[in-house]
Design a protein around this ligand. Structure first.
Ligand code: TTP
Ligand code: MG
Length: 393
């Protein structure tokens, strides 16, 4: 069976996100990177800035000299990773067979998709349009029988292109391209190949395999195959998300103290929020469980409109649920909270109210980092800061 593999790579990704949020930046030279005064480097440059020679990885100070008209923006990784997750969410609407490669790059296995969506090229156009309409982002697409050729093809079509290489034409598509365009060819290999006077992928494909094996060992054979446009690697999807995540605690002594229950609930929600963010997931349903001292157990659930990974949003629902669950005036022995209806992917955009939510995301991310480093007691939010809490699992 002939495979159909799509490679997607967003154009000038960090810059495009900034332009989506602030459309007045569109069409202008824009550089996203680290502080020039602190020896920061360029992370992304718009194609207009690239025309002046600006490239990713170059010192920001040098980029500003090359392109003095450029608008410079300090990068904000949180913002880009949120938008990235939204991109992946859109891709996964079409197929679960999505392999994320980097923040702005993915493979999709479209085998057998023509029955559902028609020719793969039409589907690519549809996805490209959707990314633009929903997120104001432009992506380039490469389509072929394998990952290697599709990746080269998407790069070939930048910016904004869709390039399809038909089955049987893999080697001839690659042949005229310079060897540095062949993915997986590192600096050292490049140097050695130059010493062989090999400049194009086609020239590499013509070198005797045994000679390549003698020079590069096992890599030689792989190199030869790749130069011929052969790549059997499958598209690897991420492991499936869990169905739910829960945290609960049984008190050493049963309690009637309502404030205390709220504080413990908050502590549990913090753990959930952190687990969600770590897994790159959001949740739509929150459930609170109470067990009374007579072992009767009651749980209450609610589903919210916007999926979330933010403690404060989960907590406001959990608190209302506690209200509904805590109806008897007898002691409580256990409290638990869980989230379900999980999805991999970012908080819902629209980009308009992105900023407010982003501020919270950044705050929680900073807290997650501090806790990763110093333990969970290193940082407590107001509600749980002062009281003695049981140890939470
Ligand atoms: P790339 O896909 O390599 O670059 P790009 O999306 O900016 O431009 P294009 O694909 O159109 O050529 O990288 C994706 C993002 O990753 C990029 O926008 C910024 C970030 N990045 C860095 O932070 N540092 C780097 O050195 C590179 C190459 C990228
Ligand atoms: Mg890109």
């Amino acid at each position: 069976m002939i495979r159909k593999i799509l490679h997607i790579d967003m154009d000038a990704f960090f810059v495009s996100v900034e332009q989506a949020i602030n459309p007045s930046l569109k069409g202008r030279p824009v550089i996203v990177g680290g502080d020039p005064k602190r020896r920061g480097v360029v992370a992304a440059a718009s194609y207009e800035a690239r025309a002046s020679g600006v490239r990713a990885g170059m010192p920001t100070a040098m980029a500003m000299r090359l392109c003095p008209d450029a608008v410079f923006i300090r990068g904000d990784p949180w913002k880009y990773s949120l938008v990235s997750r939204e991109v992946f969410r859109i891709l996964r609407q079409y197929s679960p067979l999505v392999e994320p490669v980097s923040i702005d790059e993915a493979y999709m296995d479209l085998c057998g998709f023509d029955r559902l969506y028609g020719p793969a090229i039409d589907l690519s156009q549809k996805i490209q349009r959707e990314l633009y309409n929903r997120l104001s982002l432009v992506a380039s697409f490469g389509l072929s029988t394998n990952k290697l050729v599709s990746k080269v093809a998407s790069g070939y079509g930048k910016p904004g292109g869709i390039v399809e290489v038909f089955p049987g034409y893999e080697a001839s598509f690659l042949a005229p391209l310079p060897i540095e365009r062949l993915p997986g060819v590192g600096k050292k290999t490049l140097e050695k190949l130059r010493a062989f006077n090999v400049k194009t992928i086609g020239a590499l494909a013509q070198i005797d395999v045994d000679l390549l094996e003698k020079t590069f060992g096992n890599t030689g054979r792989i190199l030869h195959e790749r130069a011929m446009g052969i790549d059997r690697a499958p598209v690897l999807t991420e492991e499936a998300s869990p169905r739910s995540i829960g945290r609960e605690v049984t008190f050493e002594r049963d309690t009637l103290d309502r404030d205390y229950l709220e504080q413990v609930l908050y502590g549990l929600v913090e753990k959930l929020g952190q687990a969600l963010r770590r897994g790159g997931m959001t949740a739509k349903t929150v459930t609170v469980k109470l067990r009374y001292s007579d072992f009767t157990t009651i749980s209450r659930s609610a589903t919210i409109q916007e999926p979330t990974a933010l403690d404060r949003e989960i907590f406001s629902v959990a608190l209302a649920l506690l209200e509904r669950a805590y109806t008897r005036r007898i002691r409580v022995r256990l409290i638990g909270v869980s989230v379900s209806n999980l999805k991999r992917g970012a908080l819902q955009l629209p980009l308009i109210d992105l900023e407010g939510r982003l501020r919270w995301c950044r705050l929680y991310e900073a807290i997650d980092r501090i806790r990763d480093r110093y333990g969970s007691s290193a940082m407590k939010m107001g509600r749980v800061a002062t009281s003695q809490l049981p140890r939470l699992q």
